[in-house]
Design a binder for this molecule. Structure first.
Ligand SMILES: Cc1cc2nc3c(=O)[nH]c(=O)nc-3n(C[C@H](O)[C@H](O)[C@H](O)COP(=O)(O)OP(=O)(O)OC[C@H]3O[C@@H](n4cnc5c(N)ncnc54)[C@H](O)[C@@H]3O)c2cc1C
Length: 416
């Protein structure tokens, strides 16, 4: 073969950047095409958790029954406004079918493979490439207000320990305040996962940007891909607003927007945008040491060296970028109910992003049925940061005809 093989990665989020990284390590000549700036999508303002503790998918026995009543609450973290959207209703129906114990465990095994591998790969990246991304090994603390919810987590903690060797420590009542004195008194308890870590996502993207540039990866920012031209079972051209591009290999890593390109690739990419919000502000005067999720509200806080972030909520409102004040206020209220120190009035950034949600909690990674030289890498849902390195490495291995380091079958597009 003459010269290096060429690859175009569409989408410069964490999944696209990680894929570009592992392709370039395999001597592919890579171009990343990003509509905005690198990391301008969901990869920007997320909570930064690198979290093997998130091995269990959202689906599971009893989830539909317990979630339905919350949908009618005005201020619930999950919002699914009733509107005509057949793709969303089909997605929700399929989600409900994933709620058996057997399917939950199948998804958990596949999620764990990517989460565990990514933790290892992040540690390698940070040590070998000196990526400065505010990495901290403080673990993750799940915090409960109600004794009933706290106790009901015992079973999940036991399952994670038994099946996946993910161990957590239980802190009841006052023990929780001893561990994290920034929490209000009177909370029921918490579970601490010491094996989790966290980063500042935009710094991580910055590190990847520098690494990619050093490796000679071309970054085409503010270039939108408008369509894919497939001829005789292969992708002939990536049409952009700046003209067509072509390469030996194309990777579709456009996150929540991947379904837009499913038709020419002759496959289903059943991803729904799960909109989440975050507020980023200066650090509290006495910030928590450990990132925390306030479980009853599904609100997460992340202490960073030069900032403090509060994030979460999940809205299935389609491709809508409106920042709703009511949803942002929800984050503030939850923080006020759990933390002793009030959040500063001044906020540096109010943000929302679309999590690329699949109904089975697994990403879509694999060769596109309708174009032999195209791979899809999207749908990493709520754990896209935590699974980016393993996802990118897997795509690079499959495209390079190498033995994959994790079993690719559970993520294949053929499951839809
Ligand atoms: C509030 C919130 C908190 C979260 N917290 C965490 C967390 O703590 N840990 C974790 O692991 N995950 C978390 N997530 C999920 C995580 O952010 C996502 O899973 C991850 O960012 C997805 O990465 P991606 O590269 O697939 O998508 P994106 O980051 O959205 O990247 C896709 C890119 O494709 C580009 N694009 C789209 N269409 C085109 C086009 N036509 N042409 C060119 N470019 C295009 C977009 O501009 C975008 O930059 C959170 C998400 C939210 C919303």
């Amino acid at each position: 073969m003459s010269g290096p093989r060429s690859a175009i990665v569409i989408g410069g989020g964490l999944i696209g950047c990680a894929t570009a990284w592992y392709l370039s390590k395999r001597e592919w000549s890579v171009t990343v095409v990003e509509r905005d700036k690198l990391g301008g999508g969901a990869s920007h303002g997320n909570c930064g958790y690198v979290c093997p503790s998130h091995t269990m998918p959202l689906s599971g026995p009893g989830v539909v029954r317990s979630t339905l009543p919350t949908l009618f609450k005005r201020d619930a973290a999950l919002a699914i406004p009733i509107r005509f959207d057949p793709a969303l209703w089909k997605w929700l129906w399929k989600f409900s079918r994933e709620c058996s114990r057997e399917r939950m465990m199948r998804a958990a095994v596949a999620r764990h493979a990517l989460l565990a591998s990514s933790m290892k790969l992040y540690r390698e990246l940070i040590a070998d490439e000196e990526f400065d991304c505010d990495w901290r090994d403080a673990g993750l603390l799940l915090v409960y207000k109600s004794a009933r919810e706290f106790e009901s987590y015992d079973k999940t903690a036991e399952l994670l320990s038994r099946e996946f060797s993910i161990d957590a420590t239980r802190y009841a009542g006052a023990e929780l305040n001893e561990l994290e004195p920034t929490l209000r008194d009177g909370l029921a308890g918490g579970w601490h996962f010491p094996g989790d870590a966290h980063v500042r996502p935009d710094m991580l993207i910055g590190g990847l940007r520098r690494g990619l540039t050093t490796r000679g990866v071309e970054l085409l920012e503010e270039v939108e891909v408008t369509s894919l031209r497939v001829e005789a079972g292969r992708l002939a051209a990536v049409e952009t607003k700046e003209g067509p591009l072509s390469a030996d290999l194309v990777v579709l890593a456009t996150g929540a927007e991947a379904p837009r390109f499913a038709k020419p690739l002759q496959c289903r990419i059943p991803i729904q945008p799960g909109k989440g919000y975050s507020l980023t502000m200066r650090p509290l005067s006495a910030p928590p040491r450990i990132p925390m999720i306030f479980e009853e509200h599904h609100v997460a806080v992340t202490p960073l060296s030069s900032a403090f972030r509060v994030g979460s909520t999940m809205e299935f409102t389609g491709y809508d970028r409106t920042l709703k004040r009511r949803r942002l206020d929800l984050l503030r209220r939850s923080a006020a109910e759990h933390l002793k120190e009030p959040l500063p009035e001044q906020v540096d950034e109010e943000w929302c992003g679309w999590r690329p949600m699949t109904f089975d909690g697994l990403p879509c990674v694999g060769r596109a049925p309708g174009a032999a030289n195209v791979f899809v890498a999207a749908g990493n849902g709520m754990i896209g940061l935590a699974t980016a390195p393993a996802t990118g490495k897997l795509v690079a291995e499959l495209a390079s005809d190498e033995e994959p380091h994790v079993d690719p079958q559970p993520y294949s597009l053929h499951r839809f």
